[in-house]
Design a binder for this molecule. Structure first.
Ligand SMILES: [Zn+2]
Length: 442
């Protein structure tokens, strides 16, 4: 009986996707800026907030404090300071000492400290907490900790001395084969831009010798409430009470100065390809990577949404080709895949990487380039397009049918993108309808 009931509900669910009405679209139509399904607003001090109820997992909440401050804002003598601030936040704030924050993180079963609960990149810093909400007071305390991070991090000489060791350890940990290759790729991609000299980990000299005054002035200059958002997604009875908690803890905070303008740091393009090669005894195998630089696309209108879908179809179709080649007898590579990712705020990269035999890098490189050239000249066949179209349709269908199974952490990540990268959050219902309507056929 159980099984039959399950099957029936599956069928009705499927029909529900099939019966989803196509929407009439105007390609110039602007996608809504207001994130869908979220209690969203801004406090008088400039802080943005996003609150949403979601019960996966039950009695838990995924929280974040997103700060539009990363290593690209550092001056030469501050290289590594954005990351040091992240560490100091967990060390002590006006209200909490290290001991208090450890105790809290232990009480919610979280791993302790910076880097387990926060990430600093070139463009931003994100603090995340995942907390149970079944005991009273936990949510309030978690929000209060994020509020302390926003304006009350205590940057004292002692705090800094204590933290230098941990940051240096991280610096050294990054000096392995993978780290060296990642850093070299970063520099090749961003050469000629300030980004090339602003890897978030910074410089050893700065980590060892930077003064607490320098760290403090960086924190005070850039950590402005205007550049921050707090996000709370979880199994709450209602969103209003959570917004009230945010107002209680953040409402009294004030940033000292006017909001600083976060500059857009350009990354120049170049005519000649950049390249580098590594001989690494520690490397796990041989690989070839080709990266194409392009500007980050705006995603504001239906037309741009359609372009995003087209790009996704392109990558899927290209990956199907690579997969087929990798299954040939005596293939040029074991595996090969193409992805597109935003590298830094203004720069996107289409990265094709192939894992190959030890002496097979040239053969792999040639094969990848030939395939890319073939696509450039002849495009994809109708059948290839039909296959990836069906694939994308089934992906969106599953996402739509399982929409009530979305994890709070995934919803939080979407909202982080909304705040940090202006990516629209239009809701899975609308997205499914839109995709069904406009997914390209050729
Ligand atoms: Zn760290």
């Amino acid at each position: 009986m159980e099984l039959i009931a399950g099957e029936v509900s599956q069928i009705t669910k499927k029909q529900r996707f099939r019966s989803l009405k196509l929407v009439s679209v105007d390609l110039d139509e602007v996608l809504v800026e207001q994130p869908y399904g979220v209690d969203y607003g801004r406090l008088h001090n400039g802080l943005s907030y996003y609150v949403r109820r979601n019960c996966k997992p039950r009695m838990r909440a995924a929280l974040a404090l997103a700060v539009k401050v990363g290593s690209v804002l550092e001056e030469e003598d501050e290289r590594g300071v954005a990351h040091i601030v992240e560490h100091l936040a967990f060390s002590a704030t006006k209200k909490y000492t290290n001991h208090d924050i450890v105790k809290f993180l232990e009480s919610v079963g979280a791993e302790f400290g910076a880097c387990q609960n926060a990430v600093t990149s070139a463009d931003d810093t994100v603090y995340e907490l995942f907390v149970p909400v079944d005991k009273p007071g936990l949510l309030s305390q978690a929000i209060s900790i994020l509020a302390e991070f926003s304006t009350e991090v205590r940057v004292s000489k002692d705090d800094l001395e204590k933290e230098r060791g941990a940051v240096m350890e991280e610096y050294r940990g990054n000096r392995n084969a993978t780290g060296r290759m990642q850093d070299a790729h970063w520099v090749l991609m961003t050469e000629g831009s300030k980004y090339a000299e602003r890897l978030p980990i910074g410089l050893e000299k700065v980590i060892r010798t930077v003064s607490s005054e320098t760290v403090k002035s960086f924190y005070q200059k850039w950590y402005h409430l205007h550049n921050m958002a707090v996000i709370a997604i979880g199994d709450f009875p209602d969103t209003e009470s959570v917004v009230d908690l945010i107002k209680t803890h953040f409402g009294q905070k004030n940033s000292a100065t006017d909001p600083p303008v976060i500059p857009i740091v350009p990354v120049p393009s170049h005519q000649e390809p950049h390249f580098s090669s590594f001989i690494e005894s520690e490397a796990a195998g041989s690989a070839v990577m080709i990266s194409y630089k392009m500007a980050v696309n705006e995603l504001k209108t239906v037309k741009e949404y359609k372009e995003m879908l087209t790009e996704s179809m392109f990558l899927h179709a290209l990956n199907q080709r690579f997969f087929k080649i990798s299954r040939r007898k005596d293939p040029p590579y074991f595996s090969c895949s193409a992805t597109a990712d935003d590298l830094v705020r203004p720069l996107k990269a289409c990265i094709i990487s192939a894992a190959c035999k030890e002496r097979g890098t040239l053969e792999a490189l040639e094969s990848v380039l030939i395939e890319v050239a073939r696509v450039r000249l002849h495009g994809f066949s109708e059948r290839e397009v039909a296959v990836v179209r069906a694939l994308l349709m089934s992906e969106i269908e599953s996402a739509y049918l399982e929409r009530d199974q979305m994890q709070s952490t995934s919803l939080r990540d979407e909202l982080l993108q909304h705040f940090l990268c202006n990516e629209p959050v239009i809701g899975i219902e609308h997205e499914a309808r839109l995709q069904k309507t406009i997914l390209p056929r050729e």
